[in-house]
Design a protein around this ligand. Structure first.
Ligand code: ZN
Length: 311
């Protein structure tokens, strides 16, 4: 009886050690992959020869200024200055606020990648729509940064002038632009944050969500986009995550992994520091301009409506 008990103890101990050994091997390989991955640069060499200009920043800012001037609920503020040897620009924040103490605070950012232009246009149109119907979002304070990467937007390039992918720089903060955003959002809690993108490789619309218990909100948005007749992405991969019916459902450990490998995106960073409800909107650049804008508008307004449903 005693021997039997002893054997069982020894057997349990052996299983325990084998189990711990397996976990250690898995953790070791995960760390090794993380270290190797962190050595793989996602950046580009600095752009020493100035590329041709595709868009006019002053005209875009004038347009936003005109919208802001037309509403007592809109303000515009310069939140930082990007300064390269042959290019200077301000990062601007538009704020919508219709009442003194709004219940919810929202952050919308766009064009962290300069070659994803429909997202800037979507924010400009969103601001212009707010002029005519401020009551629609009367319980919200909405901060909008329409162009996080002005150099990239002007030159239609993903990176900033230093060749940094700003959307992989929110662990290392080597870029001027990510430092401006970090300073702007520090100590601010947002009830909802969304970052607007486009994808040159995708064939359909998709969304990222981060550390959420269910996919209800994203599923409703994807269903609406599908009903409008637009394609839904099935095949985009992000490291080890993959779209499932237009949704990339990133778990919290995925964010910690991205932090470990020094690849945090703006949404990863906001989810870890500023907001529990964070989403990335992606439209395929292969589709027509107005179709991409319709998809962006649908996603933005639905996120506001669904996440702030008691507003
Ligand atoms: Zn992007």
């Amino acid at each position: 009886m005693i021997m039997n008990h002893g054997n069982k103890m020894a057997e349990a101990e052996l299983i325990y050690h084998v189990h711990i050994g397996k976990i250690s091997i898995v953790v070791f390989w995960m760390l090794l992959v993380a270290v190797l991955f962190s050595c793989v640069t996602r950046h580009h060499p600095p752009f020493t020869v100035r590329p041709p200009e595709h868009r006019n920043l002053q005209a875009f800012e004038n347009r936003l200024q005109k919208a802001v001037s037309a509403s007592t609920h809109l303000t515009m503020e310069k939140i930082g200055r990007v300064d390269y040897p042959d290019f200077q620009a301000f990062l601007c924040r538009i704020r919508f606020q219709a009442v003194q103490s709004p219940r919810y605070r929202v952050l919308i950012s766009a064009v962290i990648h300069g070659n994803e232009p429909a997202s800037a246009e979507a924010t400009a149109r969103f601001v212009e729509d707010l002029i005519g119907s401020p009551e629609k979002y009367s319980n919200l304070a909405i901060d909008i940064v329409p162009i996080v990467n002005p150099w990239g937007w002007v030159h239609d390039i993903r990176y900033n002038q230093a060749g940094i992918d700003i959307n992989r720089d929110f662990a290392t903060f080597n870029a001027q632009e990510s430092n401006i955003i970090k300073q702007f959002i520090q100590n601010t809690s947002y009830d909802l944050m969304m970052d607007l993108h486009e994808d040159p490789t995708a064939r359909g619309f998709y969304l990222y969500q981060y550390g959420l218990a269910d996919k209800n909100v994203c599923e409703k948005i994807v269903a609406t986009i599908k009903d409008l007749g637009y394609p839904i992405e099935q095949n985009v991969r992000m490291i080890i995550l993959k779209t499932e019916n237009g949704i990339i459902d990133a778990p919290m450990w995925g964010l910690w992994y991205m932090r470990l490998t020094g690849q945090l995106s703006i949404t990863n960073y906001c989810r870890l520091n500023n907001s529990r409800s964070v989403f990335t909107v992606e439209t395929p650049t292969s589709l027509l301009w107005e179709d991409r804008l319709k998809m962006q508008k649908t996603a933005v307004t639905m996120l506001l409506d669904l996440m702030m449903d008691d507003k």
